[in-house]
Design a protein around this ligand. Structure first.
Ligand code: ZN
Length: 136
């Protein structure tokens, strides 16, 4: 697998607008994109920090995956996303090594990236996202 950098860090929050204020007013970052991802039932906000982004995730439904995460563990780091060169190969590589994939095939995520999640059960506790920007 060719992993180039941390694409983004996903953070589960209860209130997107209130959280955006923290990142803007305290950390001095600028929210450049707010996007709803219907199939994950989240509203997301993005900040750039060098080559890496911070992705805030607010659930749009009471029983969505991010709502359940917050219910169990509270607000906080939800996943780490790695940029890879070829996501189909990367996913296959992980599966061949016994890693449990949540997505059997790459799918479209926020910001037009092709993404696939690996289950925290087989990644030492961290929900791990692989992503490839096919526009680059
Ligand atoms: Zn993500």
């Amino acid at each position: 697998m060719q992993t180039t950098h941390i694409e983004h860090i996903g953070i589960a929050v209860k209130d997107l607008d209130e959280s955006i204020r923290f990142y803007e007013e305290v950390l001095g970052l600028e929210c450049y994109n707010i996007e709803e991802v219907a199939d994950q039932r989240v509203r997301t906000a993005f900040f750039k920090v060098g080559q890496t982004k911070v992705e805030l995730l607010e659930s749009t439904s009471d029983d969505g995956p991010v709502a359940k995460f917050i219910e169990k563990r509270g607000e906080g780091v939800h996943h780490i996303a790695y940029a890879v060169k070829n996501i189909s190969e990367a996913l296959e590589h992980a599966r061949q090594r016994g890693v449990q994939a949540i997505d059997q095939e790459p799918r479209k995520g926020a910001e037009g990236l092709d993404i696939a999640f690996l289950h925290p059960r087989s990644t030492h506790g961290v929900l791990t996202e692989l992503c490839e920007d096919k526009t680059k």
